[in-house]
Every structure is written in C-alpha cells, then in structure tokens.
Design a protein around this ligand. Structure first.
Ligand SMILES: [Zn+2]
Length: 249
C-alpha cells in the first residue's frame, strides 16, 4: 500500500529536508539531483546522493550509495548477515524521488522497513509508477503484502523544482541527440545490399557497353581494375560507404 501526502510529521519533513540537501549537492556536481537519507531510531545513519556521472557507473543512485555505505560499514564491523538484516528492518529511507525498479528491488531484498519519497518516477518507478516492488505475494494467495511501506509526495514540489533546474542547465552527460532515424532507416539494415547494387550499377556500363572507350577499348580487360574512370567511381562509392557509416549505421 502507498499512502499519500497529507499527514507529514515534522520529523518526516526534517529528514526529507536532509535528503533535499543531498539532492542539491548532486545538482552542484552536475548529477541528476536525487538525494536520500537512512534513519534508524530517529537518527540519520547514512546519506546518499546520485553519483552516476562522477563514478561513470549507472547503478550509483542515491539509495544504492546510502545502503552500500551501511552494508560496508556493518560488514567491516563484524555483523552477521542476520544482524545486518535486523538493522535494516528498523530503518526508514527518505528519498527525493520514487526509487527506480533497481533500487526498489534492492530495498526489498535488504528488508528496509519504510520508504518516504517526494515526486513520482514516471519512467522507472518501482514503488507504484511502473512496478510495485514494495508489495509482494508471499504465501501463494492472491493477497499482496507489503515488503516495505511507502509514503509518496513528501516535499514533492521541492524535488520537482530541483529536476527542473537540472534540465534547464542541461545535462552534460546526456547522450547526444541522434540524427533523424527515419530518414536513414533504410540504410541501417540494407546498406550491404545497396552497396552491392551500386557497385553493379557502376561496373555494368564499363563491362558491357564500353562507354568509357578511353579506358576499356584501348586496354586489356584485366586492366579494368586500374581504369582511371573506374577508380574515380570506386572512390565515389567508397566515400558513399563512409557517408553511410557516419549516419550511425
Ligand atoms: Zn534507483
């Protein structure tokens, strides 16, 4: 079940404010501005912000950063798997944007108790927008049970305004826009066939009609390969292939 905004306690807002601070740090570093904090017994025990550009690792979302930090710390502290599971089961995670499918799955596996998020993630959201990974059928019945509770819409407008700032300033790591695909779509799959056809079209007049008499009639057939006119046409043909290749075939 996902509860919606309306009864945000002061503590919830305070923790989300810290997550927003993390998102602002991400924005300053030219990252997609998402931040999160993990809280245990009303104490912040981990912070995380999106670092996908900095690390060149698409999995380094804010939630993965914060949970990864805790896992490492607890493992180094000698906690067993069971003890780590028990610690996570007492944790609440506050994140500025709905966890994506990857992060929601990780949160579910780790056993985090509750997630509070700001705006929805309409493209990749794993807590209701695209998939509902917080809810699971555990006993074979049709009843879905929550792996972790979700509360959405906490300071959503602040989270959205950070995204707006980010996209207004431009994402330096965004892939370059593709050239119009429609215009060259036919080349993408059929370029070898087109290339062969062009070669035949170029060669046939020379072979059968001898229209370029200066190189065909006065020279033996075997020299056709070195005929200047043909060489020129082959050059044009090769150039055309390079042109096709540059169209992102
Ligand atoms: Zn994620």
């Amino acid at each position: 079940m996902i509860s919606v905004e309306g009864d945000n306690s002061l503590a919830t807002l305070a923790f989300m404010e810290l997550a927003i601070e993390q998102a602002k740090l991400a924005l300053k570093s030219l990252e997609v501005p998402v931040g999160c904090v993990i809280v245990e017994d009303e104490n912040v025990i981990a912070l995380g912000r999106n670092r996908t550009n900095e690390t060149r690792n698409a999995t380094r979302h804010a939630e993965m950063e914060a949970t990864g930090y805790l896992l490492e710390r607890w493992q180094k502290g000698g906690l067993s798997k069971k003890e780590i599971g028990m610690r996570f089961s007492k944790c609440h995670l506050y994140v500025t944007c709905e966890p994506c499918i990857m992060c929601a799955a990780a949160i579910s596996i780790l056993g985090i108790k509750a997630v509070y998020y700001g705006c929805a993630n309409d493209k990749f959201g794993g807590c209701g927008s695209i998939l509902s990974l917080h809810s699971r059928n555990t006993d074979g019945s049709s009843e879905m049970k929550d792996c972790f509770t979700c509360k959405r819409g906490v300071m959503a407008s602040e989270a959205v305004s950070l995204f707006r700032s980010f996209y207004e300033q431009g994402n330096p790591s965004a892939p370059k826009p593709h050239r119009p695909v429609q215009a060259c779509a036919i080349y993408s799959n059929w370029w070898p066939v087109l290339a062969a056809l062009m070669f035949v079209m170029v060669s046939m007049p020379c072979l059968f009609f001898g229209s370029w008499s200066h190189c065909i009639l006065n020279q033996p057939q075997r020299n056709l390969l070195f005929c200047p006119t043909l060489c020129y046409l082959k050059f044009v043909f090769a150039y055309y292939l390079v042109y096709l290749y540059n169209l992102k075939i």
